[in-house]
Write a protein that binds this ligand. Structure first.
Ligand code: FMN
Length: 176
């Protein structure tokens, strides 16, 4: 049975479309961002490869989020791919990170109590426990509405593919 805004009203359409859109399978990642000494790691599922040649990855970021601002200024983002058992980690990164540990040289070593490494030419934060990571140089950023679409070219990968964390491993939803 289908629901449309015209047929049953806006609220029912909102509820129905949210439930259907939640059924789209997605992974759960940490998006790393940095501008000068400001850095963040943020839980995100709206992440997908969108071009093979060149290799482009898109991330949808909440307009006004700390991450969207840092990506715009730093012109790059990282993705930390998480092990399937690491669902508690993503709960720690749904607010801007305030607790950033640094070594005596100022290199970031932890965020929100989790060990972090700096990776790639932009020194973007990635989770040390990530199974693998992707570093993208920003090529385009489009304001869509609630979110801005950030597209980046893959400039570095690390680690090995593994069985990675996905939305259905949690009780969380996002999108819809
Ligand atoms: C399961 C889950 C998935 C999320 N996916 C996204 C996402 O794809 N894009 C996004 O901007 N925020 C997403 N969020 C919200 C962010 O983690 C974060 O709360 C918000 O964007 C603020 O980001 P900031 O720390 O950069 O200010 C998600 C949150 C949860 C709990």
């Amino acid at each position: 049975m289908s629901t449309t805004g015209a047929a049953t009203g806006h609220d029912e359409f909102e509820r129905h479309s949210r439930r259907v859109l939640w059924a789209l399978p997605t992974g759960l990642y940490l998006v790393g961002s940095r501008f000068e000494e400001a850095a963040n790691l943020m839980t995100a599922n709206l992440v997908v490869q969108v071009c093979l040649q060149p290799k482009l990855v898109a991330v949808a970021l909440e307009a006004g989020s700390v991450t969207a601002g840092l990506v715009a200024k730093g012109r790059a983002f990282s993705l930390s791919l998480l092990a399937r058992g690491d669902r508690d980690v993503v709960r720690r990164f749904v607010k801007p990170v305030v607790d950033i540990g640094r070594d005596p040289e100022g290199v970031i070593t932890s965020m929100a109590g989790h060990a972090v490494l700096e990776a790639g030419p932009h020194r973007l934060p990635i989770l040390t426990a990530a199974t693998s990571h992707v570093i993208c140089a920003l090529t385009e950023q489009h304001a869509l509405g609630s979110h801005s679409l950030c597209i980046g070219e893959v400039v570095e990968v690390g680690g090995e593919p593994a069985d990675v964390l996905r939305m259905e491993d949690t009780r969380m939803h996002y999108g819809g």
